[in-house]
Design a protein around this ligand. Structure first.
Ligand SMILES: *Cc1c(COP(=O)(O)O)cnc(C)c1O
Length: 454
């Protein structure tokens, strides 16, 4: 019988995170204080962030960071995750390519986000923090953080954009099931929320406002810190457990990937699958291609600019050097909620600029078509975000069919789509649309970042 899955025992859960910053030929540019334009030090981030996370964020020297034993113990609930050969997808496509995927949908939260949530919750607990807070739009990060907080005995407060709170009741109940307190944002519990509600009591909220509320809570509550589920360097680093396991599993399969693919929101799951292999391009002359799959309605890597910009819509964060569409960018309401972010992580932006990775943008109908083929062949209904990685994989596999090349393709299945079935419903009933984003629209949003670089 042909081998379908490559499984590693719990003892093979990685012992260290891989910090790609230490081996990058060109280091990322510094974060800047928006008022003084001075480069930030880790201490500048301490008031809002967990201190260990702040240190990891700016660590450009240590290639390997030990994973605390209590975090590895929590990883054991779902790690090592399986590496799977997608034989039936290959057959359906008639491609000579070998397609593998790393299945991160098996985590209790249903996505890769738990890899960082558990680390962040642990570091917070160790520093005597009692409460953590965050914002959530689509609800995936909120779900992962709620679970991680429960595991390490922290209280978790999630500000959820009001319109999502009402439209995505199951994501809200997942967070509540794991014991978190969910506040629809804007709320009366913060200055930022009150200001908005006194002007417009029916305001339906925005991610920018939810971030402002969560950061305000962290700044004004003793022993409370703010956490983020993507974009930042430490989050991307925590995700490298994905690729470190995949590297060993590919070796068990007797293969090494020619192409590595991940969907791209802020860049954390892409980093996770890519960086451990990318280090061999940097250090050992390997020639693997790394492809980020982003939505055509939020194309920061393919159509954005490399500039300093705020990481949040409200302009409360430091300035980050990144590929951005402008921090006021308002993407169309596509279903891959996790990919609707205006910028790319700082490390990823530098790697993109230096030609270590490539990006493609995809329309959502192509991605759902790919997701449905994947569900019918491989038996897993993918998250709408993950459908982008699958669509990009199918494009590469079809190219192999045309040229007759037998390439090895590895993609990350970042999550399952069980809480996104309304999106599949819309696709199946033919209601789902593609969006064209004009250059004029893009230029308008870019002004918000251009101003900061003048
Ligand atoms: C949040 C999310 C993403 C996008 O975030 P990245 O930081 O770019 O990985 C992708 N897939 C799923 C399932 C998500 O929940």
């Amino acid at each position: 019988m042909r081998q379908k899955k490559y499984i590693l025992p719990e003892s093979e859960i990685p012992t260290h995170y891989f910090n790609i910053q230490a081996v990058m030929p060109n280091k990322p540019l510094p974060f800047l204080n928006p008022a003084t334009r001075e480069p930030l030090k880790p201490e500048d981030l301490y008031p809002v962030f967990v201190e260990e996370c702040a240190r990891q964020e700016l660590n450009q020297t240590d290639e390997w960071i030990p994973i605390p034993e209590p975090v590895r113990e929590q990883y054991a609930a779902y790690r090592c995750t399986p590496l799977v050969r997608a034989y039936e997808l290959e057959e359906a496509l008639g491609t000579p390519a070998h397609i593998y995927f790393k299945n991160e949908s098996v985590s209790p939260a249903g996505s890769h986000k738990l890899n960082s949530a558990l680390a962040q919750a642990y570091y917070a607990k160790k520093e005597g923090i009692t409460n953590i807070t965050t914002e959530t739009g689509a609800g995936q990060w909120g779900g992962a953080l709620s679970y991680a907080a429960k595991k390490f005995g922290l209280d978790c407060a999630v500000y959820m954009v009001k319109v999502s709170y009402n439209q995505k009741p199951y994501r809200r109940s997942i967070m509540q099931t794991f014991g978190a307190a969910i506040t629809p944002s804007p709320s009366m519990s913060t200055r930022a929320g009150k200001d908005i509600l006194t002007k417009n009591p029916n305001d339906q909220g925005s991610l920018g406002c939810a971030i402002s509320e969560a950061m305000e809570l962290a700044l004004t509550t003793p022993n409370c810190k703010y956490t983020l589920g993507s974009v930042l360097n430490h989050v991307c680093m925590h995700q490298t457990v994905i690729g470190l396991e995949a590297e060993k599993q590919m070796a068990l399969a007797g293969e090494y990937p020619d192409i590595v693919i991940g969907c791209f929101g802020g860049g954390s799951n892409f980093s996770g699958i890519a960086f451990p292999f990318l280090r061999h391009n940097i250090q050992d002359g390997k020639k693997t291609r790394f492809i980020a799959a982003e939505p055509a309605s939020c194309p920061k890597l393919t159509r954005g600019k490399f500039e300093y910009d705020f990481a949040d819509e409200a302009g409360m964060t430091p300035l980050l050097p990144m590929f951005t569409l402008g921090h006021t960018f308002k993407p169309a309401t596509i279903h891959a909620g996790g990919l609707r972010y205006h910028g790319a992580g700082v490390i990823l932006s530098q790697l993109m600029k230096d030609g270590y990775m490539e990006a493609i943008d995809l329309q959502q109908t192509e991605t759902f078509k790919a997701g449905i083929l994947f569900a019918q062949t491989e038996g897993i209904i993918p998250a709408p975000e993950s459908c982008h990685a699958i669509a990009a994989t199918i494009r590469e596999a079809q190219r192999c069919k045309e040229t007759g090349e037998q390439k090895t393709i590895l993609f990350n299945l970042s999550g399952h789509g069980f809480v996104d079935m309304s999106a599949y419903d819309q696709y199946i009933s033919g209601e789902l649309q593609d969006y064209k984003l004009t250059d004029a629209e893009l230029a308008k949003f870019m002004e918000s970042a251009d101003k900061l670089n003048a």
